[in-house]
Write a protein that binds this ligand. Structure first.
Ligand code: NAD
Length: 429
């Protein structure tokens, strides 16, 4: 097991599955497959820079609360750092470090000239007013001002954040440097240089990868029943696009529970319902309530965990009935569960491939911004389609040639490209 300098800020519970240990295990497996030099492995297993800042936020009642904000920059050998900002109570430095590492392999796998980074604040956004969220986002950005920038590190939305937070980050950065810098973030609103197609991009990428995997099995989306955990940015977009392609989306959930319909949910109506009900799907008419544990083990063809890490574990993996599991979230299947699924012949479409649509369109947004030339949505979707399909087929080919599972194939491609770039650049000094 690789040792790492990042320690948990709090004592983990005995059941805690450390995302950073898991990320390092996947890296080690890829390194073994590639027969990677031990020195290179040591470099790749440590983040280049770790920043933790205190964020004092004035609550609406006048009290001051101090939050911890992190930004981990894993590896910039291929280009500027890139990665989302997560607002969630379970955020820890180890989680952010793991997610930063995944971003490095994801960008390399998709052939995007970025390095991996991730940021996060441990908070429940639902407990804060819009004004409080704006104040804490601006302070967090200001604390990171020397560490981010359009050619340094480019944040994007992740769980609990959206275009709104990116607009506040872009404005704070721009005011501090004295001129407008749209390229400092991606996933921005269209009014300040966002890209058409970005909001749906991660879900669209998931749909494309699932569609390709089904095609390899002689099926189409119109033939399958789909279950989706998480109905936020990624889960709801994937649900809508699969529904439009003819799939029967039979269950979806949010943090507070889900809904099930054997005949398939009316996804456009469900999206409208969630928008009016504080993003909850509970109480949606013509559907049966279902909890998250039940949802993961429903009989279906495709299971898409699109919420949190560690949702399919050794405790529930034997009950999972799907034939394809597409990791729309980062790390939703644990290492042990992944081995069990692979051993049973379930196709696991790994996160660094399946959810890469977001960073692909973030890259396209950045390119459009730098060239001051904006594309129509059809062109954005076409480029996304091309890069996702290309990466999918590279992973399949690699898996066949090396006779290894898809996750190891994806990691081997991503890690191998970064290691090659590192070797070509050489070690300074
Ligand atoms: P989001 O905040 O928009 O949505 C998250 C959804 O998960 C919500 O519906 C929430 O209610 C639900 N959820 C939270 N806790 C849950 C629980 N315990 N059980 C079931 N559902 C729960 O977040 P998002 O942007 O859709 O991100 C979801 C996942 O996708 C994350 O793992 C994120 O890292 C990953 N991801 C997001 C993007 C992106 O572009 N947004 C890109 C790549 C990967």
């Amino acid at each position: 097991m690789i040792t790492t300098s990042i320690q948990p800020l709090e004592a983990p519970s005995p059941a805690y599955i450390c995302p950073l240990d898991q990320a390092c295990s996947y890296l080690e497996a890829a390194a073994r497959e590639l027969k990677l030099d031990q020195g290179l492995l040591q470099i790749l297993s440590h983040p280049r820079k770790v920043v933790t800042v205190s964020i004092p936020v004035k609550r609406d009642n006048g009290e001051i609360e101090i939050l911890a904000g992190h930004r981990v920059q894993h590896c910039d050998v291929l280009g500027p750092y890139k990665g989302g900002i997560r607002y969630h109570p379970a955020v820890t430095l180890r989680e952010v470090s793991a997610l930063a590492m995944l971003m490095t392999w994801k960008c390399a796998l998709l052939g995007i000239p970025y390095g991996g980074a991730k940021g996060g604040i441990a908070l429940d956004p639902k407990r804060y007013s819009v004004g409080e969220l704006e104040r804490l986002t601006r302070r967090y950005t200001s604390e990171l001002i020397k560490d981010i920038g359009p050619s340094v590190d480019i944040p994007a939305p992740d769980m609990g954040t959206s275009a709104r937070e990116m607009a506040w980050m872009m404005d704070t950065y721009s005011v501090n440097v004295g001129h407008a810098v749209p390229g400092v973030v991606t996933g921005k609103p269209l009014s300040i240089g966002g890209s058409l197609g970005r909001e749906m991009a991660t879900g669209r990428g998931v749909m494309i990868i699932v569609r390709e995997a089904l095609a390899d099995q002689g099926k189409s989306l119109a033939d399958v029943r789909v279950v989706i955990q998480g109905f936020g940015n990624v889960g709801s977009a994937a649900a809508l696009l699969m529904h439009e392609a003819g799939a029967k989306v039979i269950a979806v959930s949010t943090g507070s529970g889900g809904v099930y319909s054997e005949t398939g949910l009316d996804i456009p109506a469900l999206k409208a319902y969630a928008a009016e009900n504080r993003r909850s799907v509970i109480g949606f008419p013509q559907a049966i309530p279902i909890n998250n544990a039940e949802l993961l083990t429903l009989p279906c063809d495709v299971l898409i965990p699109a919420a949190l890490e560690n949702q399919i574990t050794e405790d529930n993996v034997n009950q999972v009935q799907a034939k394809i599991v597409a990791e729309a979230a980062n790390g939703p299947v644990t290492l042990v569960a992944n081995q069990a699924l692979e051993a049973r012949g379930v196709t696991v479409l790994p996160d660094i491939l399946a959810n890469a649509g977001g960073v692909v369109v973030s890259y396209l947004e950045w390119v459009q911004g730098l060239s001051y030339l904006f594309w129509d949505e059809e062109r954005v979707n076409r480029e996304l389609e091309h890069l996702m399909v290309q990466a999918y087929h590279q992973v399949i080919k690699h898996s066949k040639i090396r006779q290894i599972p898809l996750r190891l194939a994806a990691y081997t491609l991503g890690v191998g490209r970064v290691a090659k770039a590192l070797t070509d650049r050489g070690l300074y000094p």
